[in-house]
Design a protein around this ligand. Structure first.
Ligand SMILES: *[C@@H]1O[C@H](CO)[C@@H](O)[C@H](O)[C@H]1NC(C)=O
Ligand SMILES: *[C@@H]1O[C@H](CO)[C@@H](O)[C@H](O)[C@H]1NC(C)=O
Ligand SMILES: *[C@@H]1O[C@H](CO)[C@@H](O)[C@H](O)[C@H]1NC(C)=O
Ligand SMILES: *[C@@H]1O[C@H](CO)[C@@H](O)[C@H](O)[C@H]1NC(C)=O
Length: 282
């Protein structure tokens, strides 16, 4: 157990950073829609848990093209293209060498982005304007830098842009379907032992039921089960296996950025009680 938990607890060792994008944007009602969707999609947590980041904020008027008629999963992908994994302020934007560059965005880190669909093209246009577009060749630079909103050097920069940056295909991606194959995904990720335990114990059903309301699984990989301090699973009672497996999932959609910003113990699928909650290592 100890080795298993140590492996998983390493997830929690990254410290919480000083900035809070929700709080920064709360001071500017003109970005309230953008701000609200950053929270709903949990991108806010992702932003707060990173350093050296630039948020391209969309004013409320520009948000309708993104939020109207699109599922939250699509909105999340679009907004994650507006979070650059580099620090740009107004000065740096105008000093790009050769006048054009690309920057990786949070979208690139989601696993949904193929090729450079998760990068944006930043180009110093004639007349002092800076244009933004998808890094996919021949995409229009349809969004321009309008003004600087807030900088905390060199941790976070918030800049306003005129229009959403849309990568080809991003708006038409289907929403994830309800019949997500948990064991298939676990096997693909190198967690075959864990997947087979889920099937054998029947806990897979609990996971599948929980998924409707959001589920986060802390899956030990096959290597973790081979650790010297991991008990022989065949010696555990089936009740223990069930609670071990329940303990490795929390009943909400909690991406890594959110985990990093959590301060309180996190409840798991296991029965309520202090010992069955995750405690964050400080
Ligand atoms: C920038 O981030 C670092 C690391 O999280 C933190 O120690 C520092 O206080 C932050 N700087 C400012 C000005 O907030
Ligand atoms: C960031 O600020 C918002 C609004 O003040 C607050 O609700 C939220 O808990 C803060 N997040 C963190 C990680 O402190
Ligand atoms: C950015 O887009 C412009 C216009 O399509 C293009 O000329 C330029 O080469 C692109 N920059 C990069 C770094 O790909
Ligand atoms: C889920 O994936 C596993 C492993 O790839 C496969 O054996 C199983 O048949 C799949 N289940 C469904 C319902 O597609």
């Amino acid at each position: 157990m100890t080795a298993l938990h140590f492996f998983l607890f390493t997830l929690f060792t990254v410290s919480v950073h000083a900035h809070n994008i929700t709080e920064i944007l709360n001071q500017f009602p003109e970005y309230s829609v953008f701000n609200s969707y950053l929270s709903q999609t949990k991108l806010a947590d992702e932003i707060n848990s990173r350093e050296t980041i630039t948020v391209l904020a969309l004013p409320n008027g520009a948000m309708s093209a993104v939020v109207d008629k699109h599922p939250l999963s699509v909105i999340k992908n679009v907004l994650s293209l507006h979070v650059l994994l580099d620090y740009f302020d107004g000065t740096k934007l105008h000093k790009i060498s050769d006048g054009t560059t690309t920057s990786t965005t949070l979208y690139q880190t989601t696993g949904n982005a193929h090729g450079n669909v998760g990068s944006v093209n930043i180009t110093d246009l004639k007349g002092g304007k800076v244009g933004f577009g998808s890094a996919i060749p021949n995409s229009p630079l349809a969004s321009t830098y309008t003004k600087s909103v807030k900088q905390i050097q060199y941790n976070i920069s918030v800049l306003e842009v005129s229009a959403p940056i849309i990568a080809p295909g991003i708006l038409t991606a289907p929403a994830p379907s309800g019949d997500f194959n948990i064991t298939g995904a676990l096997e693909k990720a190198g967690c075959k032992t864990f997947a087979s335990l889920l099937v054998r114990s029947g806990v897979l059903k609990t996971y599948q039921t929980a998924i409707e309301k959001g589920l986060t699984i802390f899956a030990p990989n096959d290597e973790a089960f081979k650790g010297a301090k991991v008990p022989d699973l065949s010696e555990l009672s089936s009740a223990d296996v069930v609670s071990l497996l329940q303990y490795h999932a929390i009943p909400s959609y909690t991406p890594i950025g959110t985990l990093k910003t959590k301060k309180d113990p996190i409840s798991t699928l296991a029965t309520n009680g202090a010992s069955k909650s995750w405690k964050k290592k400080r």
